[in-house]
Design a protein. Structure first.
Length: 576
C-alpha cells in the first residue's frame, strides 16, 4: 500500500487539474488505515489543503468523504484492512477479542472491504495489494519480524479520536459554512457517519450546533437533505440525544417555509416516532412480540449493534410491554405514553392537514398511517381518523392513493368500518380518474382492498369496477385488469370466480369491439393457469375454440398462439 497506493494519492492530491484532486478525496479512507503513523499525518495535511481548495468541486469531494474517513480512523484496528463501513466497523471492534470463528468472519469482512466501500473506484486497491504481495514478500517478512515496525501500522483509538476532534471536525465546520450550496449539501450527508465515529456523547458536544445550523441553512436544498437524513442522524446519536436535543430541529423542518422541506419531513414522521421510542425503523411493530433470541434483526445505535430482543427489553422497562401493541383488548399503544409524540408531533401533523401543497399532503398521507400501531386504537380514532377521512376526500388523487395503499395498518388497529363510508367514493374517483396512471395504481391495490374490506363488500361494490377496467381505452389498464382478476381468483378461489366474473368475461367474446374480444382471450388464457380444471374445460376452453373463426385476423392469431398453452395446462387433467 505504501509503495503503490500512497504515492498515487500524493500525485492526485497535488495535481494541477481539479479532477485529480477530486479523485484523491475518494482514496483517503482506503489508504489511511494501511500506512504508518508518520504517513497518516501527511495524509491529514493533504486533506486540510484540499478542504481549502479554491475549486468548489474539490471542497465538495472532501465534504462527501469526511464521514467515511472518520469511520476508518475510529476503527482502531491493525493494518490488515479495517472496514470503512460504519456497521461493519462496529461489529469488528465489538468482536475483536472473541473466539476463532468470529476472527475468521472478521477476516472475510476485512478482505472484501475494499469492494464494499461506498465508491466503486476502490476496486483497484485490491489489485494494488496483490501486486504488493507478489513484489514485496521480503519486505513484508522483515516487517512482521520486527514488532515495533509492525505496531507502527496499528491505529491508536485514542490518538485517532483526538485527530477526528481536532482535525476532521474543524474541517467539517468550515465546509458546513461554505459559500457554495453544493459543498454544504455534501457536508450534511457526512453528518451520520461522523456521529457514528464519535458516538452519542461526543456527537452531542460537537455536532448538535452544526445540525441546528443545517436545519436553518439559507438553501432549501440543504434543509431537504437534513430532513431526509434526520432519522439516520437520530439513530446514530442515540435515544437520549434524539429525545432531548433533536426534537426541536425536526419540528422546525415540519414547519419550514419551503414546501419541499416540509414534504421531506412529513414523509419521515413515522420513522421519527419510532426513533423516539427506540424502535428499529424498518421493523414491523405488529410482529415484535414474535421476536426470538435467534432473530437476526438488529437495531443500530451509534457505533454498537444491539439485537432487537434486547432493545425491546429496554423499551419495556421504560414505556411498558411492547407485546401489548398486538393485544386487541388494549386500546392504547406504546406512543400514547410519550409526551413528545402526543404533545408535539401530533399537533404538528394536524397543522399540516390544512397544507395547500400537494407534495406535502402526499408525503404525509404515505407516512401518517404508520402511526396508528404506535398510538393505539383510541388515540388513532381521536387524532388520526379525522385526518384520514380528510385525505380520502382530497382533490389530489395521489393523496387518496397513498391512504388506500397503507390501509392495512389502520385496519389492524381500528378496523375498516370507520373508513368504509368515505373509502368507497375515494376508490371510485380513483378508478375513474382521467389520468390512466392513477387508474393503474388503484388496480394494483384491489386484492389488498378486497382482503381488508371483506368479500361481501367487494362483491357488492367493487366487482363491477374491476370488470369495467377490462374495456378501458388504455391497453396498460386492460392488461393490469387481467392480472388483477388472476390475483383475485387466487385469493378467493375458482368457485367464486366462476360465479362472479367468468360469465362476464365470456360475454366479451361476442362483443363488437375486437379489442374487447382480444382482452377476453387474454383473460381466459391467464385464468386457465389458476382456476379449477373442471371450470376451465366447461367454460373457458369452449369459448376460445369458438373464436377461431373470428372475422378479425388478430383474434384468430391470438387463438392459435395460445391454444397450445391451454392444451398443455389441461393435459394432466384430461389424461388423469
Amino acid at each position: 500500500m505504501e509503495k503503490y497506493f500512497n504515492p498515487l494519492l500524493h500525485r492526485l492530491a497535488t495535481g494541477d487539474w481539479f479532477t485529480s484532486r477530486t479523485s484523491a478525496c475518494a482514496l483517503f479512507s482506503v489508504v489511511y488505515p494501511r500506512v504508518r503513523s508518520s504517513k497518516r499525518w501527511e495524509l491529514l495535511d493533504f486533506l486540510r489543503r484540499l478542504a481549502k481548495d479554491e475549486t468548489p468541486m474539490v471542497r465538495r469531494a472532501v465534504a462527501a468523504r469526511l464521514g467515511e474517513l472518520a469511520l476508518a480512523m475510529s476503527v482502531g484496528q491493525s493494518s490488515e484492512k479495517p472496514s470503512a463501513d460504519g456497521e461493519k466497523s462496529s461489529q469488528i471492534s465489538e468482536h475483536n477479542s472473541s473466539n476463532m470463528t468470529t476472527s475468521i468472519t472478521e477476516s472475510k469482512i476485512l478482505t472484501n472491504e475494499v469492494v464494499s466501500l461506498n465508491s466503486g473506484h476502490f476496486s483497484c486497491g485490491v489489485a494494488a495489494d496483490e501486486r504488493l504481495t507478489n513484489d514485496s514478500v521480503a519486505e513484508k517478512s522483515s516487517t512482521l519480524a520486527n514488532p515495533l515496525q509492525s505496531d507502527d501500522f496499528t491505529l491508536d483509538p485514542e490518538k485517532e479520536r483526538s485527530y477526528i476532534i481536532t482535525i476532521i471536525i474543524p474541517l467539517f465546520v468550515r465546509l458546513v459554512d461554505d459559500e457554495q450550496e453544493s459543498v454544504r449539501l455534501m457536508a450534511v450527508e457526512s453528518i451520520v457517519q461522523l456521529a457514528q465515529a464519535l458516538g452519542p456523547e461526543e456527537s452531542e458536544g460537537y455536532l448538535i450546533d452544526l445540525i441546528q445550523q443545517a436545519t436553518t441553512d439559507r438553501s432549501w436544498r440543504v434543509r431537504c437533505v437534513v430532513a431526509d437524513k434526520f432519522t439516520e442522524i437520530q439513530t446514530a446519536m442515540g435515544l437520549r440525544v434524539s429525545r432531548e436535543r433533536l426534537v426541536p430541529f425536526f419540528m422546525k423542518l415540519l414547519h419550514d417555509e419551503e414546501a419541499e422541506v416540509r414534504a421531506f419531513a412529513a414523509g419521515k414522521v413515522k420513522a421519527f416516532a419510532k426513533c423516539l421510542l427506540g424502535l428499529p425503523i424498518d421493523a414491523d411493530i405488529n410482529t415484535t412480540n414474535k421476536t426470538t433470541n435467534s432473530d437476526t434483526k438488529h437495531c443500530k445505535n451509534s457505533s454498537t449493534t444491539i439485537t432487537l430482543d434486547n432493545k425491546m427489553m429496554e423499551i419495556d422497562e421504560k414505556f411498558g410491554s411492547v407485546n401489548n401493541l398486538n393485544d386487541n383488548n388494549n386500546n392504547n399503544g406504546l406512543a400514547s405514553k410519550d409526551d413528545i409524540i402526543m404533545l408535539q408531533l401530533l399537533p404538528a401533523i394536524k397543522s399540516l392537514t390544512n397544507e395547500s401543497n400537494t407534495h406535502v399532503k402526499s408525503s404525509l398521507a404515505n407516512a401518517i398511517l404508520g402511526l396508528a400501531p404506535l398510538i393505539g386504537k383510541n388515540l388513532t380514532i381521536e387524532h388520526l381518523l379525522p385526518i384520514f377521512l380528510a385525505q380520502l376526500n382530497d382533490d389530489n388523487p395521489e393523496v387518496r392513493l397513498n391512504v388506500i395503499s397503507n390501509l392495512e395498518q389502520v385496519n389492524s388497529i381500528i378496523g375498516i368500518d370507520h373508513l368504509t363510508i368515505n373509502l368507497l367514493p375515494a376508490i371510485i374517483q380513483l378508478a375513474e380518474d382521467p389520468k390512466w396512471r392513477v387508474r393503474l395504481a388503484i388496480i394494483e391495490y384491489m386484492p389488498l382492498l378486497a382482503e381488508q374490506l371483506g368479500l361481501e363488500f367487494f362483491n357488492n361494490q367493487l366487482i363491477e369496477l374491476c370488470l369495467s377496467w377490462l374495456i378501458d381505452q388504455v391497453y396498460a389498464i386492460r392488461e393490469a385488469a387481467v392480472e388483477n382478476l388472476v390475483n383475485l381468483c387466487k385469493k378467493f378461489g375458482s368457485e367464486w370466480a366462476s360465479q362472479y366474473f367468468i360469465p362476464k368475461i365470456i360475454h366479451l367474446s361476442r362483443d363488437e369491439n375486437y379489442l374487447h374480444r382480444m382482452i377476453c382471450l387474454q383473460s381466459i388464457i391467464s385464468l386457465c393457469k389458476v382456476v379449477n380444471p373442471t371450470i376451465c374445460c366447461q367454460y373457458l376452453l369452449p369459448t376460445v375454440l369458438s373464436m377461431h373463426t373470428d372475422n378479425v385476423p388478430n383474434v384468430r392469431f391470438k387463438v392459435s398462439k395460445f391454444i397450445l398453452s391451454i392444451s398443455l395446462s389441461l393435459a394432466f387433467y384430461v389424461n388423469g
